[in-house]
Each structure stands twice: as structure tokens, then as C-alpha cells.
Design a protein around this ligand. Structure first.
Ligand code: MG
Length: 457
């Protein structure tokens, strides 16, 4: 598989020992440490905390990154195998100047990556990311002399701290009286141990599957319908109230209802928002590719939904700027700023359980009260210039739509919306469409595919 190492705003991602090696990871640690030394002036000693998901290559890459950080005089705090959101929480708790997560999220196990977080818990904005990239490519490292090298220590408090923070936003007693029967599929990623502890605190009867954080992914790790048939079966067999599926770094969550039916990742944010808006009023933020369900929920209380370019950091920044009470992405990523500006499957879990406990309704009942939209996501190969031609033609065709060009093009119609955007990481154009029914959705997708055919034959 000859793929390139991808270096983007949120970090780097590649195939281990093919294009992502120990020496690359070490130099990336040097580059990030040098950037922090440049920007966090006035501090005697800088520190960065580091977590990994469960991939077998995590240990090797972590050691290499720590070497790089130490070489430029930055201390490293090793959190071991923990969810990505846990690193965000710990970096602020330990007053670190940055955070690193060794993860390739939902990608297959041969992949790994290094994700960067600044002291505020968000990925670097684009100007900072460009600087880090430049330090890396120019090998411009502020190496420390032997008396000023960084040190590596470890910290094993992550689970307790993360769980306590998450429990503080719900009524633990209320959820505990329900004795919910839960099936948890952590795909042998980082989420298993901490999520089992959280559910035990909430008096849930848990049937865990794939809960060993050994990186041997029991199924294709993206928490989509086709990959979660095993979870659906166990929910049905066990007559459970709900099934939860995490991705390997446990920032995303998908839900299976009490009948063993996968309800779709879009519903995770919608259900979490439904609970939040039952308690308070305020604004929300999400990306342009996410369902209108959140607009419907927020709209009932007069709340505004801010739409951003795709990318967790964009949503998190918009949430902080606009004081949002909830936000996230339609891929199952829920953000609650009381916990941190980062997608967190544990947050999504407690908010949904609280909603069930307070309403006494099943997951299928709660889901049926939302939207009733039909959504479809497709993609096709297109490089940047091909994608631009398609966007230009689409703008000429859909003259009746309200157009948002923050990230590709989103066309909002009376009966639905269509979002066309190029992937940041591969030569692919994505089409996301949502409408009241399947035929309407198909109409918009076919219109785009026709444009593509006319341009490229
Ligand atoms: Mg993830």
C-alpha cells in the first residue's frame, strides 16, 4: 500500500514502518516541542501529556515522540492507553502546555497517527499548524543541552479524573435507579476499561464485547451500521436497553436501540442535544455535514446553531466563541464544554442515559421523536481541480438554494440540503444529502452525479 504520510492541521497519519517510523515520530516530537518553546515563553519548564489508543504500534511511536520532546527540553507525562478525550482533560488538569495522542482513530490497525492538542485542549489553528509543519520539514529543532533535557514521567489517574468530570454533569442517582442493561462494543480500542468503570458507577448491567484494549480490532473499526452487526445481535439476545459502540480512540459513539437496530451516528448528537435542551436554553455548534435534527431541537427553545467547516477543532472553536451549551459532529462526536472542547463518547453515553432515565422512554421511542429525515453519504474520486469544476457547475444548477461556501458548498433547499466538499486527506469528493424522504435525497445526489458525468464522461 503505497500511500503518503499525511501531515494536516490536527497532526500526522500514516502506515507504521512504511511511512510512519520511529525516527519520523521522534522528529515530530522535536518540532512540536520547539513550537511550544517558541510560543509559551516565560515558562521555565514546559510539559506535554501523551496518551495512545490500543494499536500495537502505539508504544513504539510514543517512546519515539517522548524522546523528541525530551531532546528539546520538554517534559513528557505518559498517560498510557487512554481515550483521546481523556488526554484533553488531563492536559488541562495537569497544567500542561500541550497534548499528544497516538491514534489513527477509526482507521485500520496498520495505520497510526500523532494528534496535537494545544494547552486549551483544541488542535492547533492553521497558522500554528503551519509553523509546526515548517519546523518538522526544515528540521529546525531547539535542542537542549545535557543539563536542560526533558524528563519522562507517568500518571495513572486519568480514568478517575475523567469519570468524575463526566458524572458531574448528570444525575448519577437518577440513572442508577434504572439499572439499565447495556451492551458495550469498544472494538478492543482504548475505550473499554474506562467506559466499563463509568457504567458500573451508574449501576448499569453491562455486557461488554471487544473490551480488551489490545488493538486487535474485532471488526472494521468505524462505528457504522455494516460494522456493528455483532453488537446488534448481542443487544437483541440480551434484551438490553441500549448498545453503545466506540471507535478505537473513543471519541465517537454510535447507538443501537433496544430492538437491536443501529439508529445511525447522526442520532448520537441529536439525542445528547435533546437532553441538554430539555434543561436549558442556549446556542449549539456543529459542522455543515451534520443533520438538521439539531436545528429542530435548538430552534424549539430559540437557540441558534452555528455551522462550521468539517473538523473537530472548527466546531470546538465555534462553541467556545459562542458560549454553546452543546455541539459536535454527526459522526457520533459529542462535545460538552463543561468537560472539554473535544469529542467524548463518555459524555455522549451519560447524556443519553440521563435522557432515558428522565423520560422513561426507550431509545427507539426517543429516536422516533426526532426529525425523521433521510440522509445519504456518497463519495467519488476527484482531485482538487475536478472538485472545483463540480462545485462551480452545482452553483449554476441549484440557483434556488441558499449557499454556504465555508467548506466546499452547502446548498440548503426547502425540502433538504446537500453538502459537497473535498476530503482534506485524499483526492475524494464527498456528497452528503439530507431530505424528508429518500426520493428527494436521490434527486439531489443524481443531479451531482450527472454533473460529474458531463464533466468527466
Ligand atoms: Mg476517533
Amino acid at each position: 500500500m503505497a500511500e503518503q504520510l499525511i501531515i494536516s492541521i490536527s497532526g500526522m497519519r500514516g502506515i507504521v514502518d512504511e511511512n510512519l517510523t520511529a525516527s519520523i515520530a521522534s522528529e515530530y516530537g522535536c518540532a512540536f516541542g520547539t513550537f511550544l518553546k517558541d510560543t509559551c515563553t516565560g515558562k521555565q519548564k514546559l510539559s506535554v501529556c501523551i496518551g495512545t489508543d490500543s494499536r500495537p504500534s502505539g508504544q513504539m511511536l510514543k517512546s519515539a515522540v517522548i524522546q523528541g520532546l525530551n531532546a528539546v527540553g520538554v517534559d513528557a507525562i505518559d498517560l498510557a492507553i487512554v481515550p483521546t478525550p481523556s488526554v484533553g482533560i488531563m492536559l488541562r488538569r495537569l497544567d500542561c502546555d500541550g497534548g499528544l495522542v497516538i491514534t489513527a482513530s477509526h482507521n485500520p490497525s496498520q495505520y497510526n497517527g500523532i494528534k496535537l492538542l494545544l494547552a486549551n485542549g483544541i488542535a492547533p489553528p492553521s497558522d500554528a499548524a503551519e509553523k509546526i509543519k515548517k519546523y518538522y520539514f526544515d528540521k529546525q529543532f531547539a535542542l537542549a543541552d545535557s543539563s536542560n533535557l526533558g524528563k519522562a514521567t507517568s500518571n495513572n489517574q486519568t480514568d478517575d479524573i475523567h469519570i468524575a468530570k463526566v458524572l458531574a454533569i448528570v444525575d448519577k442517582e437518577k440513572i442508577s435507579t434504572e439499572n439499565f442493561k447495556v451492551v458495550l462494543d469498544s472494538v478492543n480500542g482504548a475505550g473499554g476499561p474506562i467506559t466499563k468503570k463509568l457504567l458500573a458507577e451508574l449501576n448499569c448491567v453491562v455486557s461488554p464485547i471487544n473490551d480488551e484494549p489490545n488493538g486487535l480490532f474485532a471488526h472494521t473499526p468505524e462505528p457504522t451500521a455494516e460494522n456493528l452487526t455483532g453488537l446488534c445481535d448481542v443487544v437483541k439476545e440480551q434484551k438490553a436497553d441500549i448498545g453503545f459502540a466506540q471507535d478505537p480512540d473513543a471519541d465517537r459513539l454510535a447507538i443501537v436501540d433496544e430492538n437491536g437496530t443501529y439508529i445511525g451516528e447522526e442520532y448520537t448528537l441529536a439525542l445528547a442535544a435533546k437532553y441538554i435542551y430539555s434543561k436549558k436554553t442556549g446556542n449549539a455548534a456543529t459542522n455543515l455535514s451534520t443533520s438538521r435534527m439539531i436545528d429542530d431541537i435548538a430552534g424549539k427553545t430559540g437557540g441558534q446553531v452555528y455551522r462550521t467547516a468539517v473538523g473537530e477543532a472548527n466546531v470546538a472553536s465555534a462553541m467556545m466563541e459562542n458560549n454553546c451549551i452543546i455541539g459536535g459532529e454527526g459522526n457520533g462526536g459529542v462535545i460538552d464544554l463543561r468537560i472539554g472542547p473535544i469529542r467524548d463518547s463518555l459524555v455522549a453515553i451519560v447524556l443519553v442515559l440521563q435522557l432515558m432515565a428522565e423520560t422513561g422512554k426507550t431509545v427507539s421511542q426517543l429516536a422516533s421523536e426526532l426529525g425523521d429525515y433521510y440522509m445519504n453519504k456518497e463519495k467519488f474520486t476527484a482531485d482538487k481541480s475536478q472538485a472545483q469544476k463540480i462545485l462551480d457547475s452545482a452553483k449554476e444548477l441549484f440557483t434556488d438554494a441558499k449557499i454556504d461556501t465555508t467548506d466546499g458548498c452547502r446548498f440548503d433547499f426547502e425540502d433538504g440540503w446537500l453538502h459537497l466538499r473535498s476530503s482534506n486527506t485524499e483526492p475524494v469528493m464527498r456528497i452528503i444529502v439530507e431530505a424528508k424522504d429518500k426520493n428527494t435525497a436521490r434527486k439531489y445526489i443524481d443531479a451531482v452525479l450527472n454533473i460529474r458525468k458531463k464533466i468527466f464522461g
